[in-house]
Design a protein around this ligand. Structure first.
Ligand code: ADP
Ligand code: MG
Length: 172
């Protein structure tokens, strides 16, 4: 399966989807060298950071998950079920001015580490980024032609074999 979509009528449903993805991701990342790249797409306020927060906390992180708006990247160390640890990097590239900034910040090496990367505004660094395994797109909710403040349409696309493996765990 290459794509999956779900209408989340309220934030609690977005949370449940992100937490479910967290469990599937944890399972895939038991493979010690595995690395997964996930793009988070959608306009300002779509819910990208909210989704990332539920996902990272769903992986067992107990602290605060802040938006990396000004830092561009926030790292998290997570414990796995088999006692080892892995690293998550959460990016928000909205304020990045040129792909050069990406290289200078040394972000490229984060894509080899066991764990995963979540990237908001990937279009700001497109040429520099490695391929995404999964792309998650959040759109404002609309019911019967009326905008729904608390709802979001969430579409998940898999672009690699690893992404498809993750999506099949998610939709099993
Ligand atoms: P982005 O990172 O895409 O700019 P944020 O996650 O920072 O967006 O903001 C999304 C806002 O929308 C948050 O205040 C969140 O509480 C709110 N929200 C309301 N309903 C939902 C929903 N169904 N899913 C996700 N966020 C929602
Ligand atoms: Mg954000």
């Amino acid at each position: 399966m290459d794509s999956f979509s779900q209408y989340c009528r309220q934030e609690a449903e977005t949370a449940a989807l992100a937490q479910h993805l967290a469990r599937c991701l944890s399972q895939l990342l038991l493979e010690p060298t595995a690395h997964i790249n996930i793009a988070l797409e959608g306009d300002l306020g779509a819910g990208k950071t909210t989704f990332a927060r539920y996902l990272i906390q769903g992986m067992g992180y107990a602290g605060k998950v802040k938006s990396p708006t000004y830092t561009l990247c926030e790292p998290y160390t997570l414990e796995t079920n088999n006692g080892s640890s892995l690293t998550a990097h959460h990016f928000d590239l909205y304020r990045m001015r040129s792909p050069l900034e990406w290289q200078e910040a040394g972000f490229t090496e984060y894509f080899d580490m066991p764990g995963f990367c979540l990237i908001e505004w990937p279009e700001k660094a497109e040429a520099t980024l490695p391929p995404f395994d999964l792309r998650i797109r959040l759109e404002p909710g609309v019911t019967d032609g009326q905008p729904e403040e608390q709802a979001r349409q969430i579409e998940i696309n898999a672009d690699t074999a690893q992404g498809r493996a993750l999506l099949s765990l998610l939709t099993f």
